[in-house]
Design a protein. Structure first.
Length: 279
């Protein structure tokens, strides 16, 4: 069954995936980009093509997300982590997932005022454009060669949609800021949650400490300088990959964001930001 690592883009999903992939898919807990690929994104075009879906037919793609998950989950005893930026909602009268395929979910959330500057850098947008993307309630993520389109929604809609799994005890919220400042505390909370889902294993603290150390931002940034990280997007103006690990913890909206966009974000997401302690 699937444990979703869900988030709005540029919210810390890669950091959590990096730690979990280092812990679960390496012998020594040391991070590498190859192991990160073992927690891939859903839906990829390969997931739909494997069940005979035309990935260029958007309606058919959305209608077959659950069928693709059924195919992935043929080995019911095997637990799989998947990253997704999809909202938990219906498109073409079809759900993104269901309780039969979902063992649990971890939703990573980040202050939207810091998301917007990271989003702008990653996708080559102005901050004004990135703000408009974040407040767009009907936003879909563009299809790529590797990944299918999903319904993204606004930052607030995306966050609220995954809370629907709370009642089934299939939801854990993780704030990116806490993951940075209280990494070990947050990770122990995550491992306790995973244990409650049935991933019962004795926690190897030596291995976890190595995973934490080798996924520190500066370490990851340096690693990207020496190796190719295929999740980094291509800069259309240069034809080269942009640095995926750009500012990280140094991304401070108070220094980088103008008042117009701060106000726009705070007005659009006041309820959610108060709930999360961002306002």
């Amino acid at each position: 069954m699937i444990i979703w690592l869900a988030s709005y883009p540029k919210s810390g999903n890669t950091l959590l995936r990096s730690i979990l992939s280092s812990y679960f898919y390496s012998e020594d807990g040391i991070f590498n980009f190859k192991n990160l690929e073992k927690i891939s994104q859903f839906p990829q075009t390969s997931h739909l093509m494997s069940i005979g879906v035309d990935v260029n037919n958007e309606e058919e793609v959305f209608k077959n997300f659950i069928n693709a998950q059924n195919f992935i989950n043929q080995e019911r005893e095997k637990v799989k982590f998947f990253k997704t930026h999809s909202s938990l909602c219906k498109m073409y009268d079809s759900n993104f997932t269901d309780l039969k395929n979902t063992l649990g979910s971890i939703y990573i959330v980040r202050d939207p005022r810091n998301v917007v500057t990271s989003l702008a850098h990653h996708y080559g947008l102005s901050v004004d454009q990135a703000t408009n993307v974040m407040i767009d309630k009907d936003r879909l993520m563009d299809k790529t060669v590797k990944n299918c389109r999903v319904f993204l929604g606004s930052w607030g809609f995306n966050y609220n949609s995954w809370k629907n799994l709370q009642n089934q005890k299939k939801y854990l919220l993780v704030k990116y800021e806490d993951l940075l400042k209280k990494k070990k505390t947050v990770l122990l909370k995550i491992f306790k949650y995973l244990d409650s889902l049935g991933l019962k294993s004795s926690l190897d603290m030596i291995k976890l400490n190595k995973a934490i150390k080798t996924t520190e931002f500066e370490s990851m940034k340096k690693k990207e300088e020496n190796e190719t990280f295929y999740e980094a997007v291509i800069d259309k103006s240069t034809g080269k990959r942009k640095n995926f690990f750009n500012l990280g913890p140094q991304n401070n909206w108070r220094k980088l964001l103008d008042k117009k966009n701060v106000d726009k974000i705070e007005i659009s997401f006041e309820k959610e930001m108060v709930e999360l302690g961002y306002l």
